[in-house]
Design a protein around this ligand. Structure first.
Ligand code: ATP
Length: 911
C-alpha cells in the first residue's frame, strides 16, 4: 500500500497526493521522479514495487470458512434432516439421531470442500487471463504484468486497453475512454493533457486516466500516479467477492426443481404419517417412516453433482485452452448451431509473408518464407528487382516500411515481429529488396501519424525529408485508390491513375488467397496539411503488397468436425471478398459457388430487414465487414433461432460479443475490452479451440443427464418402497438410517464418478442440442420408471423371500439394502452411455467409476458383516444365497436397460 516515504537518501515520489490533474505534466514527472522518454529504471521500479506493493485491489472475501461451512446447511433438505434429527433425539432414538446428524455433517463437509475446490479452480482460470501493461523502462518499451506497475512508470495506452492504474496523461492522440466502471456514465469521455483547476471533480478530470476504465479509441501516454488500493477505483469500490458463482440457467432450474420436489415429498411424508396414525400405528414409528420416505425420495446428491460436473467441464475446457468467464457458457456451448469466426489469426496463423509486389508497370514475386529476411524480390524475368528502374517499387516498399509501427526482432537465431504481423511482413519485404528500415527511419523521420483502424482501413504517416514533408499511406486497396489523384510511373513521375487496372490487379492477387494492401505517397506543402480530409485526393498511388497468411494447422479438421456436428461455420473478415473466398475454400468453409454464399459489408448494408436474416443464414463468408456489422449479424442469426458463438478481439467487437450466445475473445491478440465482454477466452486464439470447447460442452451436458437418469430411479424406488409399506401396513423393508446410508454413500462413491466420464465417441456426429428440449426426453423418463419398478419389485422380492424363509427382520432388511446398492452400482455402468451398451463404452474405461464401486463394495461388506455397523444400522450378516438373488436382480437390470437402448437405437434408425 502506498505510504509517502520518509527515506531521505532516496527522495520519494508523492503518489499520495491526488491533485495531479492540477499540475503541469512536467511537474508531475518531477514529483514522481521519472523521465518522460526513458521511464524508470528497472532497479528503481523494483524498489518502488517493494515499497508500494503490487498493483492489485485487495480481494475482500466476505465469507470466512465458518460462514461458508454454515452456508452448506442452508438447504431445504438439510432443514428436514435437522428437524428429524432433533425429534429423534427427543424421542431418545440416539443411534438414529446420531446417524442423521452424522449425515448432515458429512454432507456439509463434502459441500464445503467441493465448493472451495470449484472456486479455487475458477480463480486459477481467471488468473490465466492476465492483463499486461506497456511501459517505458530504461528507455525501452516493455510489456509487464499489470500487477508490477509502480508510481512513476510511464505507461503506454491504446484503444482496447483496460487502464491498469491511475495515470496523469502526458501525451494523447484521439483518446476516448469509457469511464462507466467509475462514473456510471457510458458515453466515452474525450481526454487531453491540459492542466485543470484543483477543484475539478474526478468525473471531469480530462487529463487523468483511471484504473479499470476502458480505452475505446486513440492512444496516450501517462505517468502512473497511483496503483492498487490507492487508485480511485480502489478508494471507492473495494473489490467485494468477485468470485463468480457457479450458477447457470440449468443449475437454477434444477435447484428450483429439487426445492419443489422437497415440498411435494414433505407433503407426501406428512400424508404417510397421518395415514399411519389413522391406522393406529405408533407415532414414533410413523415419524421415522415419514423421515425415511422424505430422505429417500429427495435427490440430495443432485446440486453437488451438477456443480462438480460443471466445474470438471470448465477445467477440461481450460486444459484445451478455452477459459470460461461465465458459467452459463459451459451449457450453451453444447447447443451452439453457428460459429462466426474472424479470419486473421483465428482461422489463419496471422503469420504474414509478402509473396508478390505489383506496380502499375511491373509484377514481382518475393521468395523466402516467415519473418527471416532471407529471400529476394524477383521481376517477371526471374532477376532480382532493380529499385532504380522502378521508382514505384521503391516507394511501395518505402511506404510499407515507414508507414509501419512494427519491429523485427532477432533473438536466439529466430526472427519474430513485435507488433502487427501485416506490418512485420512489409518490413521483411523491404529488407529482401535491399532497403534497411532502420536507415530509412533516420533519413525520413516520422513527425505525425494517423493510426490504422478497421473502419478507416488505412494508416498514414508524415515524414520530413530533404525535399519537404512526405505523407506515406498504406491500407485496403480501394481506400488507397480513393485517396489518390494519380499513380507513379517507373521513373517516379506521376501518370494518370488507372483505377480499373489497379483494382483488377488486386483482385487477381486476392484470388490466390493473398491479403492485398495498397500504398501511396504524397508531397505536402506543409506539415499542417496532414489530416484525413487534407490528404484525400492528393496522393500518388505507388503499388501493391500481396501477402500470404496460411490456414492454421488443425483449422481445416476443426471446420470439418463442426460440419459433421451440425454446426455452421461462418468466416468474418475485414479482408477483400476474393481473398476471403480463396481462404474459405482452403479451409472447407466454402464449397461450390452457389450465389449468396459470400456477402460483403456493402451488400449486407443494402439488405432490407426482411431479407436480412435469411441472407446471413445462407452466407458463409462475410468480407470487408466492419465490427459494427457483427452485432446485426448476430441478431439476424438469432432471429433464425440459432445459438451463435462469435469471436472478436477489438474494442468495437464488444457489443457483438455481448449479444452472441457465446462471445469468444482472443486471449493473446484480443483487447481487454473484448475479454471483458466475452463469455469465453481462447488462450491460443485458435479456431480449433472453439470446436474443442463445443465438444467438451456437449460432454458436460451428457454427464449431467447421465447423473440425473442414474439418481432418480433410486430416489423413486426408495420413496415408493416406504410408501407402499405404510399404505399396506407392512413392516418397513428398509429403515431411515439405512436409506441415509444408501443415499450418502452411493451419491458420493458412485454417482459423482459420472462427472469424470470421458466423452462418448461420436459426440460430434450428432446435431446440436435444442436448448428448448427438456433435459429428460420421453424415452429417458420411461427408462427411469422401468428401473424404479425393477428396484421396488426386486427389493420387495428379496425382503419377502427372507421373511418367508424364516430370516430375521434385520437379515431381510440387509438384503433389501444391499439390493438397492448393488442394482445402483450395476445401473451406474449402464448409465455411462445413454444410447450404447456397457460393452460398447468399455467396462474399464472410467477408472474413477471402478475405484468408486470398489469403495462402495467395501462399505457394503462393512455394513453387512461388521458387528459395530450391524448395531448402528440395525443390519445383520447375510448368506451367499441372498447375494446370489441380489446379483440376479442387478444383472436383470443391466439386461433390461440394454434391451431398452437397443430398441431405441433401432427405432431411431427406422424412423
Ligand atoms: P479479420 O477480421 O479476419 O481478423 P482483419 O482483422 O485482418 O481480418 P482488418 O484488420 O480490419 O481485418 O483489416 C482490414 C483491411 O485493412 C485489410 O484487408 C487491409 O487491407 C487493411 N489493413 C490491415 N492491417 C493494416 C495495417 N496495419 N495498416 C494499414 N492497413 C491495414
Amino acid at each position: 500500500m502506498a505510504t509517502p516515504s520518509t527515506d531521505t537518501t532516496r527522495s520519494a515520489p508523492a503518489p499520495g497526493t491526488n491533485a495531479h490533474h492540477a499540475l503541469a505534466a512536467h511537474e508531475v514527472l518531477l514529483l514522481l521522479e521519472t523521465d518522460r522518454r526513458d521511464g524508470l529504471s528497472e532497479s528503481e521500479a523494483a524498489h518502488r514495487l517493494e515499497r508500494y506493493g503490487p498493483n492489485q485491489l485487495p480481494v475482500v472475501d466476505t465469507a470466512g470458512p465458518l460462514a461458508r461451512f454454515l452456508r452448506q446447511l442452508n438447504h431445504p433438505l438439510i432443514y428436514v434432516l435437522l428437524a428429524a434429527g432433533t425429534v429423534t433425539l427427543l424421542l431418545r432414538e440416539l443411534v438414529d439421531s446420531a446417524v442423521i446428524f452424522g449425515v448432515v455433517l458429512v454432507n456439509a463437509v463434502v459441500g464445503f470442500i467441493q465448493e472451495s475446490k470449484a472456486e479455487a479452480a475458477l480463480d486459477a482460470l481467471r488468473s490465466m487471463v492476465r492483463t499486461h501493461a506497456r511501459v517505458r523502462r530504461d528507455g525501452q518499451v516493455r510489456t509487464i504484468p499489470s500487477e508490477e506497475l509502480v508510481p512513476g512508470d510511464i505507461a503506454l495506452i491504446e484503444a482496447g486497453d483496460k487502464v491498469p492504474a491511475d495515470l496523469r496523461l502526458i501525451e494523447v492522440a484521439e483518446l476516448q475512454v469509457d469511464e462507466s466502471a467509475l462514473t456510471g456514465e457510458s458515453l466515452p469521455v474525450v481526454k487531453d493533457e491540459v492542466v485543470l483547476a484543483d477543484s475539478t471533480p474526478v468525473a471531469d478530470r480530462r487529463n487523468m486516466l483511471y484504473s479499470g476504465t476502458l480505452v475505446t479509441s486513440g492512444t496516450g501516454t501517462g505517468v502512473v500516479v497511483a496503483t492498487g488500493a490507492e487508485t480511485e477505483l480502489g478508494e471507492i469500490h473495494r473489490l467485494v467477492g468477485t468470485a463468480e458463482t457457479l450458477a447457470t440457467p440449468l443449475t437454477r432450474k434444477l435447484t428450483a426443481f429439487s426445492k419443489l420436489l422437497t415440498v411435494v415429498i414433505l407433503g407426501l411424508a406428512a400424508v404417510t404419517f397421518a395415514v399411519g396414525l389413522l391406522r393406529g400405528e405408533r407415532a414414533t414409528e410413523m415419524f421415522t417412516a415419514a423421515v425415511a420416505l422424505a430422505v429417500g425420495a429427495i435427490p440430495e446428491g443432485l446440486p453437488a453433482a451438477v456443480t462438480i460436473t460443471l466445474a470438471i467441464g470448465v477445467n477440461r475446457m481450460a486444459r484445451r485452452r478455452a477459459v470460461i468467464r461465465r458459467m452459463p457458457a459451459v451449457e450453451t456451448l453444447g447447443s451452439t448451431t453457428v460459429v462466426c469466426s474472424d479470419k486473421t489469426g483465428t482461422l489463419t496463423e496471422n503469420q504474414m509473408t509478402v509473396r508478390a509486389l505489383w506496380t502499375p508497370h511491373h509484377h514481382y514475386e518475393v521468395t523466402g518464407a516467415g519473418y527471416q529476411p532471407d529471400g529476394a524480390v524477383l521481376d517477371s524475368g526471374g532477376a532480382p528487382a532493380a529499385l532504380d528502374t522502378d521508382q514505384a517499387l521503391r516507394w511501395t516498399l518505402v511506404a510499407g516500411a515507414l508507414c509501419n509501427d512494427a519491429r523485427l526482432d532477432h533473438t536466439d537465431g529466430t526472427w519474430a515481429v513485435l507488433g502487427d504481423p501485416t506490418e512485420g511482413a512489409m518490413l521483411v519485404a523491404a529488407t529482401k529488396a535491399g532497403i534497411d528500415p532502420k536507415n530509412l527511419r533516420d533519413e525520413l523521420p516520422r513527425v505525425a501519424s494517423i493510426p490504422f483502424n478497421s473502419e478507416r482501413k488505412y494508416m498514414a504517416t508524415l515524414h520530413t525529408g530533404s525535399d519537404g514533408a512526405v505523407a506515406l499511406v498504406k491500407g485496403a486497396v480501394e481506400r488507397i485508390v480513393d485517396l489518390c489523384a494519380d499513380q507513379m510511373g517507373p521513373t517516379g513521375r506521376a501518370e494518370p491513375l488507372d483505377r480499373e487496372q489497379i483494382l483488377a490487379a488486386a483482385e487477381d492477387l486476392a484470388h490466390r488467397g493473398l491479403r492485398v494492401l495498397g500504398t501511396a505517397h504524397g508531397h505536402l506543402a506543409s506539415e499542417g496539411d496532414f489530416d484525413v480530409e487534407a490528404i484525400r485526393g492528393r496522393l500518388t498511388f505507388t503499388g501493391l503488397h500481396a501477402m500470404l497468411d496460411p490456414p492454421r494447422p488443425g483449422a481445416i479438421d476443426a471446420v470439418r468436425s463442426c460440419h459433421t456436428a451440425g454446426i455452421d461455420v461462418k468466416m468474418i473478415t475485414g479482408d477483400h471478398a476474393a481473398t476471403a473466398t480463396a481462404v474459405a475454400e482452403q479451409l472447407g468453409i466454402l464449397t461450390g459457388d452457389e450465389p449468396g454464399r459470400v456477402l460483403t459489408g456493402t451488400e449486407l448494408a443494402s439488405l432490407t430487414p426482411e431479407e436480412y436474416p435469411a441472407a446471413v443464414e445462407r452466407a458463409s463468408v462475410f468480407a470487408r465487414v466492419s465490427p459494427e456489422q457483427k452485432l446485426r449479424l448476430v441478431e439476424g442469426l438469432q432471429g433464425r433461432h440459432h445459438i451463435v458463438a462469435m469471436t472478436g478481439d477489438g474494442v468495437n467487437d464488444a457489443p457483438a460479443l455481448q449479444q452472441a450466445d457465446i462471445g469468444v475473445a482472443m486471449g493473446l491478440g484480443g483487447t481487454e475490452v473484448a475479454k471483458e465482454a466475452a463469455d469465453m477466452v481462447l488462450t491460443d486464439d485458435n479456431f480449433a479451440t472453439i470446436e474443442a470447447a463445443v465438444e467438451e460442452g456437449r460432454g458436460v451436458f451428457d454427464n449431467l443427464t447421465k447423473f440425473i437418469v442414474w439418481t432418480l430411479p433410486t430416489n423413486m424406488g426408495e420413496g415408493l418402497v416406504i410408501l407402499i409399506a405404510i399404505v399396506l401396513g407392512s413392516t418397513l423393508p428398509i429403515l431411515p438410517v439405512q436409506i441415509l446410508w444408501i443415499n450418502m454413500t452411493t451419491a458420493i462413491a458412485l454417482g459423482l464418478m459420472l462427472a469424470f466420464e470421458p466423452k462418448e465417441a461420436g459426440i460430434m456426429q450428432r446435431p446440436p442440442r435444442d436448448p428448448q428440449r427438456p433435459l429428460l426426453t420421453g424415452a429417458l423418463v420411461i427408462r427411469i420408471l422401468v428401473v424404479s419398478a425393477v428396484l421396488i419389485g426386486g427389493a420387495w422380492w428379496v425382503f419377502e423371500f427372507e421373511q418367508t424363509t424364516g430370516s430375521t427382520a434385520e437379515e431381510a432388511r440387509t438384503a433389501a439394502l444391499n439390493l438397492f446398492v448393488v442394482v445402483e452400482a450395476f445401473y451406474l455402468f449402464s448409465c455411462r452411455s445413454l444410447t450404447h451398451s456397457v460393452w460398447h463404452v468399455g467396462v474399464f474405461s472410467n477408472r474413477w467409476i471402478l475405484a468408486g464401486a470398489s469403495v462402495q463394495a467395501l462399505g457394503q461388506i462393512a455394513i453387512t458383516y461388521l458387528p459395530i455397523m450391524n448395531t448402528v444400522f440395525q443390519t445383520s450378516p447375510i448368506s451367499a444365497g441372498v447375494w446370489l438373488r441380489i446379483f440376479a436382480v442387478a444383472a436383470a437390470t443391466t439386461v433390461i436397460v440394454a434391451i431398452d437402448k437397443r430398441l431405441r437405437r433401432q427405432l431411431a434408425w427406422t424412423s
